[in-house]
Design a binder for this molecule. Structure first.
Ligand SMILES: C[S@@+](CC[C@H](N)C(=O)[O-])C[C@H]1O[C@@H](n2cnc3c(N)ncnc32)[C@H](O)[C@@H]1O
Length: 323
């Protein structure tokens, strides 16, 4: 069985580390969100995970009764939770995230004031078996060292007949995008999501593909996958997955340096997607207009325009300096 270890000299080792993407690790994700939470809602999230994508995905969660008890795992700053509380009273909704920095932003949102907030790990959810009616997790699986374990946990915490919805990115089709994505974190293949759900024991599995309006790729961009829990108890996959990391990692100098370079290089690979998305929006602004309700019209906000102008100036300065 795979499990993380702290070696005799306190060095960090994990049997999955060699195949893991740079931020696909709990410590790395924690510190990544320590700084990203400061501009997550204003700059980053609206480019890649839009209200239209969220609301389309949530249809699969079947939030069709205000009495349902819902858990949102990897709830972050609460953007997906804000979609959930349009159907379910906040008092029925529990948010779990490992980042106190992200959670602090969610706690300040007026529509989420009644929610329960709990710091916790998606691979070891701090709630009993057969407890919730619905499980939702959006954009978090990318950071989980053991996605099958996280999905087994989604199965465990819902009641029989309950539904678990997972939303995540798909591996990009073009080589540069795929290289940047895989350096940054986990971008699973369509087949992997389906296999994890099947192995976890879910039935009546449903899939819906989502994309922001600027994205013009031929391949799919993101997937929403949902399944029903047929019987009570833990997931059949629970016995076959690695134990979640339980021991606090000893932060030796070597591990600290490793953490820093993984976050720096991983973040750089991830940030390649920001200008790509901003340029996609720019192209869209000059292209034909799609017939979309006002609520779902996607455009750039002031922060994003400032970044776009800054990047333009940087490029102009570079060209001027070279020539
Ligand atoms: C891209 S954000 C998504 C936030 C939110 N679901 C949304 O829709 O905007 C990913 C979140 O997953 C959280 N996360 C990453 N790994 C986690 C883990 N092992 N357990 C719990 N949360 C985790 C991060 O702290 C971060 O807040």
């Amino acid at each position: 069985m795979l499990s993380s270890q702290v070696g005799p000299n306190g060095q960090f080792s994990h049997p999955l580390l060699h195949v893991m993407r740079l931020i696909q690790h709990k410590k790395e994700a924690y510190w990544f969100y320590w700084y990203l939470s400061n501009f997550y809602d204003k700059l980053v999230n609206p480019l890649f995970w839009t209200p239209k994508m969220r609301d389309e995905s949530l249809v699969l969660a079947q939030l069709n009764d205000p009495g349902l008890k819902v858990i949102d795992v990897g709830s972050g700053t609460g953007f997906t939770t804000q979609g959930i509380v349009r159907h379910i009273p906040a008092a029925q909704v529990t948010c779990v995230d490992q980042s106190p920095h992200q959670m602090a932003k969610a706690k300040r949102k007026p529509d989420l004031l009644g929610c329960t907030f709990q710091i916790g790990d998606a691979e070891n959810i701090p709630f009993p078996t057969d407890h919730f009616d619905r499980y939702v997790s959006a954009g978090s699986i990318e950071y989980w060292p053991n996605p099958q374990q996280g999905i087994a946990e989604s199965y465990r915490v819902i009641k029989p007949g309950g539904v678990a919805l997972m939303v995540g990115p798909l591996e990009p089709e073009n080589a540069l995008g795929r290289w940047a994505a895989n350096t940054w974190m986990l971008f699973p293949k369509d087949r992997e999501y389906r296999d994890w759900y099947e192995k976890a024991g879910f039935t009546e599995i449903q899939v819906h593909y989502v994309r922001p309006q600027w994205f013009r790729g031929k391949a799919e961009y993101g997937i929403a996958i949902a399944g029903k829990k047929p019987r009570s108890g833990v997931s059949p996959a629970a016995a076959t997955t690695a134990l979640p990391e339980t021991a606090e990692e000893k932060m030796t100098l070597g591990r600290r340096l490793q953490l820093i370079w993984r976050i720096l290089v991983g973040s750089t690979a991830g940030f390649i997607f920001i200008p790509a998305a901003l340029l996609g929006y720019l192209r869209q602004a000059f292209g034909p207009k799609a017939d979309i309700p006002d609520e779902y019209r996607e455009g750039l906000n002031g922060y994003q325009i400032a970044v776009l102008l800054g990047l333009g100036l940087l490029l102009a300065g570079l060209l001027w300096w070279i020539f």
